[in-house]
Design a protein around this ligand. Structure first.
Ligand SMILES: C[S@@+](CC[C@H](N)C(=O)[O-])C[C@H]1O[C@@H](n2cnc3c(N)ncnc32)[C@H](O)[C@@H]1O
Length: 323
């Protein structure tokens, strides 16, 4: 559900404790409307009016208050991603530090066309603070976008590794001639976060909906969506657009990674499976295979990763040597 209300008030009124799986949000940056225009859109004619800023002196308390609510409504194991410029980053970090939320990554989002400056470097990145609420295993779908075996044909290396590096180069979307919010987050960025940190059916919430970009992508990926926007102008414009969003409409735009070679990686290992691995290892050793070849073969048949297979084998060799 979406509410045209201040997010702190709205969360208190409408969201129960531990009811949200994922929060993806982009609070007002407290840097003044004019600068935001320069940041986000050169043709002001197409920028939606009604963006509500937070006065700089209020920013620290404001951050503490909404982040406390975010912590309360997240389920244990739930994740939160907060997009922040550098101007008020310190206040967001201080507010996060006053909660039980645990930092997972401090991501950098590098975008195209920063604010042009002559006498200093050009600012062309944002911070994305990825935290989780302790108490349960967080969702992190490691192989949802790239399997572990896919190689980057252009520069070499693993695509999965490269996709999970903590600097993301993602361009803003240009929508010439279309009305947009001052800071519209790109679909590619939101999709990446939602794919890694939630499952279909999960509730994804945005405390500062703006153009409802998070909600549109979440619904497009078959998640439920909710959130708050204080500006009535922005809310009324966007809520009409939301009616056009078809659940799951983005699913067929996602690349389908081939199945992870180690399809049982990370799953709990039972005694029977361990015994079977040890038996197979013994049989292959008797046939004269090297340890490396045995691990490769067992990886194919059991779907277990090389590291866990080596651990089982080494433990067995150690125990046999003691007998
Ligand atoms: C940086 S923008 C969010 C942009 C959004 N992520 C998008 O992609 O369009 C911040 C939004 O928060 C709204 N806002 C400001 N103070 C708010 C508050 N206390 N509660 C809810 N929304 C608020 C602003 O009007 C603005 O639309």
């Amino acid at each position: 559900m979406f509410y045209n209300i201040d997010c702190i008030e709205g969360a208190k009124k409408y969201l129960e404790n531990a009811s949200v799986d994922l929060i993806v949000t982009d609070p007002p940056y407290g840097i003044g409307g004019d600068l935001l225009h320069k940041h986000y859109n050169r043709n002001e004619k197409f920028v939606l009016e009604g963006y509500i800023e937070v006065p700089q002196p209020e920013y620290p308390d404001f951050s503490v208050n909404w982040i406390k609510e975010a912590e309360r409504v997240l389920k244990p194991g739930g994740s939160i991603y907060v997009v922040s410029g550098y101007t008020n980053l310190i206040h967001i970090l201080n507010a996060l530090a006053q909660t039980t939320l645990k930092e997972v990554n401090h991501l950098i989002w590098k975008y195209n066309f920063g604010v042009y400056t002559k006498k200093k470097y050009i600012s062309s990145h944002y911070h994305i603070l990825y935290y989780v609420k302790p108490g349960a295993e967080p969702v992190f779908n490691t192989f949802s976008r790239y399997s572990d075996a896919e190689k980057n044909e252009t520069v070499g290396g693993s695509l999965n590794y490269q996709d999970r590096e903590d600097v993301w180069v993602i361009n803003r979307e240009y929508k010439p001639g279309q009305i947009k919010n001052k800071n519209e987050l790109p679909t590619q960025l939101l999709s990446k976060i939602i794919q890694y940190s939630s499952r279909e059916g999960d509730l994804v919430c945005d405390f500062f909906l703006g153009s409802f970009s998070t909600a549109k992508v979440a619904i497009g990926l078959n998640r439920q969506a909710g959130g708050f926007e204080k500006s009535t102008i922005a809310f009324e414009h966007q809520i009409k657009e939301m009616e056009q969003v078809v659940p799951g409409n983005l699913l067929n735009t996602l690349r389908q990674p081939p199945q992870n070679k180690y399809f049982n990686q990370g799953k709990p290992l039972c005694e029977a499976e361990k015994k079977e691995i040890i038996e197979q290892h013994k049989a292959l050793k008797l046939k004269g295979f090297s340890k490396k070849a045995i691990i490769a073969q067992l990886g194919d048949t059991t779907g277990r990763g090389p590291w866990s297979l080596a651990k089982i084998i080494d433990q067995e060799v150690l125990e046999t040597s003691k007998q």
